[in-house]
Design a protein around this ligand. Structure first.
Ligand code: BJW
Length: 244
């Protein structure tokens, strides 16, 4: 595929580039997205319904075990060509930030350093009641208990109806508002507040590029939208813009 010359020029001239990623970027590493049907043991559960404080309060063992399964999946997974292209991108422009909704840590595994994890990281654990980060626990109980207050431990991620960390959210909005080029890659663009970031960038004059095999609510609004897997489209786009 030949990309539009206007886009290739914009990539070459950009000074301030922001990328927002979602679960689709990890799909080619074998990590299911949130809106894909689950398989195996978890086929009967909707991930969107497990990722809530209400689900954890109702059935903490179920939610803990789901995260244990996902933690192991993420630990075993390898970054794919999409993650690797994103890691290379951070050295191409003077200002760059990768804002991810993903909690699997695969961007860092691919070598990305300028990463803002909006929804936390499943490899970290915190106290359900007091939010304190915890590094060790007694494995006999599921979920394990906080050794200081006795409350359950939970993954250090942002569930639905929970607020995102204020400082990270502020940084994400501030950076998006001064971007000249904004990529939205592998996200369904329906979960707020992350879904507003590209709109803020566009309102402030950025060029917007979406990469996703399917259409999203953002598709018509972005300057360019390319339908295909991130691990194919993104390396191809960079190859044409940077290396030719
Ligand atoms: C590929 C591909 C390939 C496939 N290459 N692409 C009504 C209106 C507006 C907002 C709300 C509302 N009601 C409630 C809200 C707020 C709510 C929200 O947005 N809900 C919407 C569903 C409507 N938001 C929140 O609650 C947030 N907090 C908040 O707003 O605080 C203020 C508040 C407090 C109290 C009350 C009310 C407000 C918090 C959101 C937290 C989301 N958390 C999760 C779990 C994280 C932990 C974990 O990992 O388990 O974050 S849910 C899940 O969704 C996860 C994801 O990061 C997030 C986004 O999903 P994502 O990444 O886009 O994945 P998918 O699966 O949706 O899409 C994958 C895409 O990839 C698809 O498009 C595929 O086509 C594509 N794809 N293969 C490229 N190879």
């Amino acid at each position: 595929m030949r990309f539009p010359q206007d886009l290739l020029n914009a990539i070459r001239k950009a000074k301030n580039v922001i990328v927002l990623t979602g679960a689709g970027v990890s799909a080619e590493s074998g990590i299911p997205t949130f809106r894909d049907a689950q398989t195996g043991l978890w086929a009967q559960y909707d991930p969107v319904e497990l990722a809530t404080p209400e689900a954890f309060a109702k059935n903490p063992k179920l939610v803990w075990e789901w995260y244990t399964w996902r933690r192991e999946l993420a630990s075993r997974a390898n970054p794919n060509p999409g993650h690797i292209a994103l890691a290379k991108m951070e050295n191409l422009w003077s200002q760059f930030l990768l804002i991810t909704q993903n909690t699997d840590g695969l961007h860092q595994k691919a070598g990305s350093q300028k990463v803002l994890e909006l929804h936390g990281n499943i490899q970290r654990t915190k106290c359900f009641r007091e939010g304190r980060r915890v590094k060790s626990w007694n494995e006999d109980q599921i979920p394990p208990r906080c050794q200081q207050c006795g409350s359950y431990l939970r993954p250090d991620v942002v569930w639905f109806n929970e607020s995102l960390p204020n400082d990270l959210l502020q940084q994400a909005f501030d950076s998006s508002s001064v971007a000249d080029l904004f990529f939205s890659i592998g996200t369904s663009s329906i979960v707020q507040p992350a879904a507003s970031l590209p709109l803020v960038a566009l309102q402030n004059g950025a060029m917007g590029v979406e990469i996703n095999p399917t259409q999203t609510p953002l598709t018509q609004t972005m300057t360019y939208s390319f339908q295909g897997p991130a691990g194919v489209v993104l390396p191809n786009l960079l190859e044409q813009a940077i290396h030719k």
